[in-house]
Design a protein around this ligand. Structure first.
Ligand SMILES: Cc1cc2nc3c(=O)[nH]c(=O)nc-3n(C[C@H](O)[C@H](O)[C@H](O)COP(=O)(O)OP(=O)(O)OC[C@H]3O[C@@H](n4cnc5c(N)ncnc54)[C@H](O)[C@@H]3O)c2cc1C
Length: 605
């Protein structure tokens, strides 16, 4: 019999990134008892790594900006399979969420007249990203954490949730263990908010931290909730590629926003070669105009380096495949060239991009104020996630909410840079608010002791396995290699079918994953637990990608290279069937209201 310490909360938030912290603050402000759980130390969630900024139509730098333009940009970036209501709420509410952050003490970079400064980013028509150099996530987390701690949240850090408990279609708690000591705890909660972030660790080359193992996606799926848009993975065009030890680490789009250009090995700006039709009117057709745009000329159009991430990543792959790549299989990103245009360029680069300067200096011995960087695509963000109600963020399980990267809807087929941090604030707040309403309106459910025991026994199973066991690290590495090569940037039916076969074999081996030692400080054990989640998420990605027989946003099929109109009419949703297998179905998108359709049409000009 495994022993447990027990806790009770009205609202329990799993995850202390931007979404979780914002949800916890809001629930706590509503006067209910709130608990907050995170795998790492408070303040270390993946959000802390966010660099470029938070998108909000404050119109501080260009007064032509408005929620309508932001909404239209988000829908176009997502190639119109976004949940339009979420895109609308996000565009309307992001400015207030950013001002609120400022009121809570966030120190943003400033315009000359003292307002929050905004920078250019891919796919955003006007300068829209409020930022703090290239360390925006750190400031966001610091500010939210400060607010949260002063509200008296109960925090359980370095703690991993392994199971959601539910009965009769309603959530009633969670089970997890202390990562340091291995002791189990059970939490009885009226409402649970999942804010567990992304799943980039399913791939070999990724910008994501070790926490991005899709836990929330998998926990919700196993409890019976639906996942949506899992085929849409964002491969960010600019990750570090050399030396091998730093492969995948992000190079912020802020570099291109500040005037950085992409060059092939011939020194040519290849991004001018292919400008997609929907963006042609808004994209510069010469280098001079592109430069003027980055310097705030309102009559200039954006340079093609600031097209959406899916497109830029594919252009880079095209150059590499054609033999025009850089020595280590990427292309060159050059910000040093701006010294031809700006006096004091070196100091300017260091001031606007301090982390990038240090990152390349320390990790690659490259001085970005003097020489170009070598970059290539890296797995960055998952647009897919838990299917939620647009206004309340509640999933198909009553009392179970989701917000941030683990939830789906706002981004459609491709996320615009900066729209994640604003998503965390807007929908984190909404999730916290509605979870508190749910908690006030419902009694706490009763926890089934047998289910709690089962959850802990499953988590401990790797210790009990005897005989020829498998090493969880080996399986994880093989999974990441396999996803990278068979369900990566360029996909085909045959390769993805092969991936399903490989996933079945890996799942079977994961069932034999064994660990030695005991529960205290045992990273092998943590890996064996993560593996279950990574396998579930990977299967959902592969099955959804097979179902979408077209190319759209982050999902590119070599065997179906074009967009097909019919595929813009539904989302792909996966759910666990009673027999444990994965169901994949097409769910029609709700019709776009005429007034929003009109906004989109107006902004196409
Ligand atoms: C390098 C980098 C730079 C980026 N820059 C930007 C940017 O400039 N602008 C922008 O908009 N977006 C950016 N993004 C994307 C953005 O940072 C993320 O999408 C966002 O921070 C995710 O926030 P979140 O709150 O959903 O989750 P996270 O910040 O990932 O937090 C997840 C939380 O859940 C916890 N957790 C996970 N699983 C469990 C479990 N089983 N039990 C308990 N706790 C668990 C974790 O410990 C953590 O506290 C960037 C991403 C990267 C990788």
């Amino acid at each position: 019999m495994i022993t447990f310490e027990s806790f009770e909360y009205d609202v329990l938030v799993i995850g202390a990134g931007g979404a979780g912290l914002r949800a916890a603050i809001e629930a706590s402000a509503a006067g209910v008892k709130v608990g907050l759980i995170c795998k790492s130390l408070l303040g270390k969630a993946h959000t802390v790594m966010a660099e470029g900024g938070v998108a909000a139509a404050l119109a501080n730098v260009d007064d032509r900006d408005s929620w309508k333009v932001h909404f239209a940009d988000t829908m176009r970036g997502g190639q119109y399979v976004n949940n339009w209501r979420m895109a609308e709420l996000h565009a309307k509410e992001a400015p207030d969420r950013v001002r609120e952050l400022e009121a809570w003490g966030a120190v943003f970079d400033r315009t000359k007249d003292g307002r929050i400064l905004q920078r250019n980013f891919g796919g955003h028509r006007y300068p829209r990203l409020a930022h703090v150099g290239d360390r925006t996530g750190l400031e966001l987390i610091r500010t939210l954490q400060d607010q949260g701690v002063h509200r008296g949240l109960d925090v359980h850090m370095e703690f991993t949730i392994v199971s959601l408990l539910s009965a009769d279609g309603r959530v009633n708690g969670v089970v997890g263990y202390e990562r340091e000591r291995g002791r189990f705890k059970v939490f009885n909660a009226t409402a649970v908010v999942l804010a567990t972030g992304g799943a980039g660790r399913a791939y070999k080359i990724t910008s994501n931290s070790w926490e991005g193992t899709g836990d929330g996606h998998a926990l919700a799926y196993r409890a019976g909730a639906e996942l949506m848009d899992m085929e849409f993975i964002q491969f960010h065009p600019t990750g570090m590629i050399w030396p091998p030890s730093v492969q995948g680490i992000l190079v912020t789009e802020g570099v291109r926003g500040e005037g950085g250009i992409l060059l092939n090995r011939e020194g040519r700006r290849f991004m001018f070669d292919d400008i997609p039709e929907p963006y042609r009117n808004q994209t510069a057709d010469n280098e001079e105009e592109g430069w003027r745009y980055t310097q705030g000329d309102k009559n200039a159009r954006r340079p093609p380096e600031l097209l959406t991430r899916d497109h830029v990543a594919r252009c880079i792959m095209r150059e590499v495949k054609a033999g025009r790549g850089s020595p280590h299989g990427g292309v060159f990103l050059d910000i040093a060239w701006i010294k031809k245009k700006l006096s004091g360029a070196e100091a300017h680069i260091k001031r606007k991009l301090p982390s990038m300067y240090h990152q390349f200096k320390e990790l690659g011995d490259i001085d970005i104020t003097k020489e170009p960087m070598e970059v290539g695509p890296t797995t960055h963000y998952i647009m897919g996630g838990i299917r939620v109600d647009s206004d309340t963020q509640m999933s198909s399980i009553a009392g179970l909410f989701a917000a941030g990267e683990c939830a789906a809807g706002i981004n459609g087929a491709n996320r615009l840079g900066g729209n994640s941090l604003s998503d965390l604030l807007v929908f984190g707040k909404r999730a916290g608010e509605h979870a508190a309403v749910f908690a006030r309106g419902n009694r706490r459910g009763t926890i089934d002791g047998a289910a709690v025991q089962r959850a802990a026994e499953e988590a401990l199973a790797p210790f009990d396995r005897q005989g020829r066991t498998e090493n969880p690290y080996t399986i994880q590495t093989e999974l990441q290699d396999m996803m990278q090569s068979l369900v990566g940037i360029v996909r085909t039916e045959a390769e993805m079918q092969q991936a399903l076969g490989e996933l079945a074999k890996l799942a079977e081996r994961a069932g034999r994953a064994g660990v030695t030692g005991h529960r205290e400080y045992n990273p092998g054990w943590h890996t064996a637990i993560d593996l279950r989640n990574l396998l579930t998420v990977s299967e959902a990605i592969a099955r959804s990608a097979i179902e979408r027989k077209e190319s759209r946003g982050g999902h590119f099929r070599e065997d179906f290279p074009d967009k097909i109109a019919e595929y813009a009419t539904f989302n792909i949703v996966t759910r666990r069937k009673p027999d444990g297998s994965m169901e994949v179905r097409r769910v029609p998108l709700p019709p776009l209201p005429p007034e929003l359709k009109q906004i989109i049409e107006e902004q196409k000009a």
